[in-house]
Design a protein around this ligand. Structure first.
Ligand code: ADP
Ligand code: MG
Ligand code: MG
Length: 208
């Protein structure tokens, strides 16, 4: 598949639809270990990204992601807004002004996005955050960079699903859930779940 700005915009619209569909689930995950707003936060942000794209699609994939980043930073709020915003911004920067992406670009963008989340939030794998989904996803994407964009994103989404699931038995060490200490054990992290959902939506949009 070619991956031009219009494809990235379509993938973000698919991501927004997935977040809307899973809004209640994400908020329910945030209830026992947080403040029951993750689904609302994410849905508000991604709906705003769609509105922004409706006004016009920027010319390059990087510019599309940069627009999404600033919208997410201003609309999502909470912990997740700045984290996802930084991820999209770093991904945009990694793509520069390329007009067409190949699989290597997508892998590099995922890695840059993860690095942005880590730089901003200081979480490591095992802290029961979105990093537990995004880090194995970035690794899987790099390993699959010879396979084309759709297969790469499918591998990343599979790894993110598994990584999100791995948060269940963990003690949360970052974010609101960490205030619960041992009582955070036994819960799927909402941000890890939203990261996995986003990657699955991107993979499906790419034809995986
Ligand atoms: P808030 O906790 O401010 O209400 P959200 O509920 O929207 O924000 O998002 C919570 C999610 O943010 C968590 O499930 C976790 O995945 C993620 N998160 C919180 N703090 C961090 C951090 N320091 N690093 C990485 N992810 C984090
Ligand atoms: Mg919350
Ligand atoms: Mg909140």
């Amino acid at each position: 598949m070619g991956c031009a700005a219009s494809d990235v915009a379509a993938a973000l619209r698919a991501a927004a639809a997935t977040i809307a569909e899973h809004r209640v689930e994400l908020t329910d995950l945030d209830r026992p270990i947080g403040d029951a707003d993750h689904g609302e936060n994410m849905n508000r942000g991604f709906a705003a990204v769609v509105s922004k794209l409706d006004e016009g699609v920027p010319e390059t994939p990087g510019a599309v992601l940069k627009t999404a980043a600033s919208t997410l930073i201003s609309k999502v709020g909470g912990a997740a807004g700045p984290l996802y915003g930084t991820a999209f911004l770093r991904a945009a920067t990694a793509l520069g002004d390329k007009s067409e992406l190949d699989a290597g670009d997508v892998a590099a963008a995922l890695r840059a996005g993860l690095d942005g989340v880590v730089a901003r939030g200081k979480a490591v794998v095992g802290d029961a955050t979105m990093v537990d989904a995004l880090s194995p996803a970035a690794d899987a994407a790099e390993a699959a960079r010879g396979d084309g964009i759709a297969a790469l994103l499918r591998a990343a989404a599979d790894a993110a699903d598994e990584g999100a699931g791995s948060t269940v038995p963990l003690v949360a060490r970052k974010g609101r859930a960490s205030y619960l200490g041992e009582r955070s054990v036994g819960h799927l992290d909402p941000g890890a779940r939203s990261s996995a959902l986003l990657l699955r939506a991107l993979a499906t949009a790419a034809g995986a």
